[in-house]
Design a protein around this ligand. Structure first.
Ligand SMILES: [Fe+2]
Length: 451
């Protein structure tokens, strides 16, 4: 019996702690697997839904996009048979006669597009995707998942972290998919060494697709999201050193959709005036385009980095429990890397936009037009979560609203709080402290819904 148990799969997990989205009158908690947990708005659990029971899906993204008529889109991958990457449509919530169980609607998810993986045994890992008015953008990144290693890990009950690998020589390949038909366009766009967790926004501009994302130079940076809370305690400089090892920048890529058959391979196909991104036809194929990226925050000069580090040192030595606002026109130091981006989604997703908000060890508001940023930095023991933008009910401007972030303070003598920043100025407006004996765990993603 014990021997037989070695070959039994462990029970599926239902730890859906990555993100949450509104679904009709319910909330849905999700993670990187196709399992959802549904709850009522007063946070009573309704139950879970496992999409693997209705469609072929092994991994799923916890970063849905919200489209027409309240349809929801996620991307994912299936590893049964030849690996495929998918775009999945989840129909809007509709009460089924005799029941208002949201799981009935969720279980009607359907695959609307499939992209065969470039590798049978080492498919790429992707954490999010882009959606414009007419297209989805899906990337086969340079991080791959060894299916052979994964099988061994799963059978032994071990975590699959070691089954991921990053190859800086590998090409990240972008696929463009028609939202109307699910058809994958024949032209592919590639760039070496690129990995990212999070897209920021994407939009169409004069027959180009513009995609902004938060890049990583090395997948080991993901350790930051899995390190135990002990590393957050009394070990600030070690963590900052770890953080500074990796390059981690918000980037822009531009994919020209109109490619004249007669264009020579040395002709830049990007015709937009406000970008330095390039795209050149690959000499080996008319359907393969080599692209280069543009940084959304320029790299700081060495002297500026040095000054910034000195400033940070004295700030941390002298800091109290109050945050500070910093203006910067360049990416001045490793401690200021920005990821986990949020935009004014309702107004700007899939459209030309100007601002995004993000976090690293700081909170930041980035202006992608001027390539400058405003930052909020707490004390050395404070770790802010993903900033969530909440627009003013009567807003006309993109950044008219507030930014919310929960702040975990690892100093046991300090209380955690919800931080409220002005969306325009990034000035601190308020803090809502939790009771003394309540701790708010360090979180990554969040959402705001008016109930
Ligand atoms: Fe994420």
């Amino acid at each position: 019996m014990k021997f037989k148990s070695w070959f039994q799969l462990p029970p599926k997990g239902d730890n859906v702690n990555i993100n949450v989205f509104k679904y009709g009158d319910f909330l849905v908690a999700c993670t990187d697997s196709p399992v959802f947990q549904t709850v009522t708005q007063d946070l009573n659990t309704v139950g879970s839904v496992d999409l693997t029971e209705v469609i072929s899906l092994t991994l799923a993204t916890a970063h849905p996009h919200f489209g027409e008529n309240d349809s929801i889109y996620i991307s994912g991958s299936s590893f049964k048979g030849r690996p495929n990457h998918h775009i999945v449509r989840i129909p809007p919530y509709s009460a089924v006669a005799g029941t208002d169980d949201p799981r009935e609607s969720l279980a009607k998810a359907e695959i609307i597009c499939s992209i065969p993986s470039r590798s049978i045994f080492n498919p790429s890992y992707s954490h999010s995707f882009g959606m414009t008015e007419n297209y989805f953008i899906y990337c086969e990144t340079t991080v791959s998942l060894s299916l052979i290693k994964t099988v061994g890990k799963v059978l032994s009950g071990a975590a699959v972290n070691d089954a991921f690998s990053y190859d800086p020589q590998e090409m990240a390949v972008f696929h463009i998919i028609s939202r109307a038909t699910g058809e994958v366009l024949p032209t592919k766009y590639q760039i070496p060494g690129l990995f990212f967790f999070h897209t920021i926004n994407s939009y169409e501009d004069e027959n180009h697709i513009v995609l902004d994302l938060c890049s990583f130079s090395d997948f080991q940076t993901a350790d930051l999201f899995t390190q135990p809370i002990e590393l957050f305690k009394n070990n600030e400089w070690k963590r900052k050193k770890h953080w500074s090892t990796y390059k981690h920048y918000p980037l822009r890529l531009v994919f020209p959709l109109s490619i004249p058959q007669t264009s020579p391979s040395n002709s830049n196909l990007v015709k937009l005036k406000d970008t330095t991104c390039t795209a050149y036809r690959n000499p080996s194929s008319d359907l393969l385009i080599d692209v280069t990226s543009e940084r959304l925050l320029p790299e700081g000069e060495k002297w500026r980095r040095l000054l910034n580090h000195l400033f940070l040192f004295f700030f941390l030595v002298a800091s109290d429990n109050h945050g500070t606002r910093i203006t910067a026109n360049s990416d001045t130091g490793s401690e200021d890397r920005i990821d986990i981006p949020q935009i004014n989604y309702a107004k700007c997703n899939g459209r030309k936009y100007r601002y995004f908000y993000g976090t690293g060890l700081i909170l930041g508001k980035v202006d992608v037009v001027t390539k400058s940023s405003l930052r909020w930095r707490g004390s050395a023991s404070q770790y802010p979560s993903e900033p969530v933008f909440v627009p003013h009910p009567d807003a006309t401007l993109e950044d008219d609203g507030v930014v919310l972030a929960s702040v975990c303070d690892v100093d046991p003598s300090k209380r955690d709080f919800l931080l409220v920043l002005d969306g325009k100025t990034f000035q601190e407006l308020a803090r809502a402290y939790v009771p003394e004996k309540v701790r708010v765990p360090y979180s990554i993603h969040g959402s705001y819904y008016s109930i």
